[in-house]
Design a protein around this ligand. Structure first.
Ligand code: BTN
Length: 276
């Protein structure tokens, strides 16, 4: 297999309720660290904050990695940022598209979201027993529900724009009659993501912080130097996003020049002038 730990076993199904749920069920039965659950469609795809993730388009990529990290619970949220970073690099490598990360873990191309990530953790005796990191990437989807049209896009939509304007480049994810649906080029993208994740994950485990990828993550951060509104359970405020800290918090400078550390979780960070 192509990865030492992550992706040593990839379980593919045409349809599941949710790859995160599939991974959690298997984890309860003792499945190994690094197992990957990949499906062409999901009937109950889950998004962040209790939302659903519509997963009927078989050309998209839906997968979950099961991890059993020996980390303190407060460090587990950083795994989602590690995955976002890996997905951003792999999309760039496979397609040539320029990717951005909207903190903490949306992948953005040309200002619109192409990928969402949902991590879930099971605790046992005050320690993380396992963690599942689920990734949904819009690849061939060309239409989106009205409420998402301004902020969602797919790799093929963006590649087609570029083909028109600047010649053809990248893997054959979207050519007519090609395999976004049958899976072969999707699998190449999945492999690149798992490779990039494995490298970043090992470095993160050793450091127990995001310093190994910190500069490059910040280089991809689309919120950087932008005005944002932070919505926390206790209230909301505005400021300028400066970048992330090595612990993965978003640093936001308020108008009084104080710097707030924003923790991922129940927080929402919105651009003042659009999705980003
Ligand atoms: C978000 O709201 O941005 C996160 C979306 C995460 C979707 C992926 S698709 C694969 C995995 N299985 C799920 O049910 N959700 C995640």
């Amino acid at each position: 297999m192509f990865c030492d730990q992550v992706g040593h076993r990839i379980l593919h199904k045409t349809c599941v309720d949710s790859t995160n749920e599939e991974a959690k069920r298997d984890a309860e039965k003792g499945a190994a660290h690094g197992t990957v659950y990949w499906a062409d469609r999901q009937t109950e795809g889950k998004g962040r904050r209790g939302r659903s993730w519509i997963s009927q388009d078989g050309s998209n990529l839906y997968f979950t990695v099961l991890l059993r990290p020996t980390l303190a619970p407060e460090k587990i949220t950083m795994l989602t940022l590690v995955m976002a970073y890996a997905v951003a690099l792999a999309i760039e490598k496979c397609t040539g598209l320029e990717t951005g990360i909207k903190w903490p873990n949306d992948i953005v191309v040309n200002g619109k979201k192409v990928c969402g990530i949902l991590s879930e953790m099971k605790m046992e005796r005050q320690q993380p027993a396992y963690c599942v990191v689920g990734v949904g990437i819009n690849i061939g989807q060309t239409t989106f529900p009205k409420e998402l049209r301004d902020k969602a896009t797919s790799l093929c939509t963006e590649l087609q724009k570029r083909t028109t304007n600047a010649g053809t480049k990248g893997v054959n994810l979207c050519a007519v009659g090609n395999s976004a649906e049958d899976g072969s080029d999707k699998e190449k993208l999945l492999q690149e993501i798992l490779k990039a994740f494995e490298d970043a994950y090992q470095a993160f485990l050793e450091a127990e912080n995001l310093l190994p990828i910190w500069e490059n993550y910040n280089g991809h951060l689309v919120n950087r130097n932008r005005q944002v509104r932070v919505l926390e359970p206790g209230g909301e405020y505005e400021g300028t996003a400066l970048g992330i800290s090595p612990a993965g918090e978003l640093l936001v400078e308020k108008s009084d020049k104080t710097i707030q550390k924003v923790y991922a979780g129940e927080v929402s960070v919105r651009g003042l002038y659009g999705y980003v």
